[in-house]
Structures are given as structure tokens and as C-alpha cells.
Design a protein around this ligand. Sequence first.
Ligand SMILES: [Fe+2]
Length: 253
Amino acid sequence: MEITILTALQDNYIYLAADHTGNTLAVDPAESRPVLDCLKRKNLTLSLILTTHSHADHTGGIETLKRKTGCRVFGPHIDSIIDSGPKPEPHKIDSPLGLFQVLLTPGHTNDSVCYYLPASTSSAGVVFTGDTLFVNGCGRLFSGDAQSLWQSLRTLAALPDETLVYCGHEYAEENYRFALTIEPDNTAIRTRLHETQQALRKGLPTVPSTIGREKQFNPFLRADTTPIRRVLSMPDAPAWEVFAELRKRKDRM
Ligand SMILES: [Fe+2]
């Protein structure tokens, strides 16, 4: 499997994942043009689009791509451009690359899902997280609530550590900056910020991350740990309330 990272709009990522025959799926096509250009350049055939949620910056290219390629479209929202949506877990969707598990991950929006392809003998496991989990961050609360998003992040944290994380936006630098406002003395996070700035200066994406790395550094996945609880003076609160406080602080940053 080869995953091509495309940039779109201001800071969105679109992913094209192709098997060895060029049979390709696209994740969260914010726009059609970069996808069509890449398909042509690499001689790929688009057969499936997966969308993680209904926001326009993750769906804007679907209509044109569907019309021009005749591909199937799978997403969580009811809309004329979507062919089918997830039923209660466990839900699976067949793709050119194998059987994806559709993880129901409400919080950013009520309809957010993530797409997980377990590791195989030839490929590492991958998860496309949309706006639920970012590199060192998580999505804002739009139509979902903090308790739901915390549970959704727990679902993602339960995936194998080696799983590659492909998220919906390039927000790593501001997320590491935020993490340092919570833990100014965390030298590992300071190092990660420095590495991130170097990568971005070279025009390189910060994706993919891994579930293991996110569990190690991402404060939103560590809301139930002693260091975060101590900083927020919430030693005994339910973990989701600690998470909600972190999310509020990030919103105010
Ligand atoms: Fe979104």
C-alpha cells in the first residue's frame, strides 16, 4: 500500500491510498482538483472515497470526484452524495486495500468516524482520524460533547502503538505550543516542537504520527495521568472532566 499525502485549502490533508494495481481510495477530499491531478500523474484509479465527518472542508471534492470517476462514497452523514453510512459497531467496509473497521468516534461532531485498517504481513496498520485526533491535539467540540470525545480518544488509544495516524489538518506546531503551556518543563515535548518546526520549514508534513507517540506526548490522550491532573489541580475528577478542562484551555489559546 502506498499512501500519498495531498494538501488542500489552508491546512487540510487529503489522503490517497493505492494498492499495487493502482486501485485507490481517497480520504476526506476537501477539493477535487488535487485528487484528480494526482490520479492522472500516478495513473491511479479512484474506486472509493471515505469521509470522516460532514464538515465541508472534508467533503467539498466528493461530488465532482464521484461524477468524474464513478467511485463509491462512504461516510457517516445522510446526504445525496453519500452512498452508505455506518451502522452500529462493529461495522466494516471493504476497500481496495482490505477490510476497514469504521470506529464511531463522536465528539468533534456527532457523526465523526475514524477508519482503521489493521496491520497485515505487508503493511503497517493505519487509522484515518479526520478531526477527532490530530498530531498532539484533538478536534474542537462542535456538535459533540467532551465526554463523547474523551471516549472516542480512548477508543483510538486502544489501537496498537505502531498504528500510523493520518489526521485531517496540519496543526502540529500549535498543538505542541499548547502542550508546552500545560507542561512548560516537558523537554520531550519541547524537542518535538523543534523537530516539527524544522519539518514544516522544509515543507514536510508532520503526518503520519503513531498511536504510541500520541499516547506518549498528546496531552488530550493523557488527561487521566498524574502529571496532567497535577497541573490542572484536578487530582480526583473523572478523566473526561480533566479532558474537558484541557479542551477549554486550548479553545482560549
Ligand atoms: Fe471538522
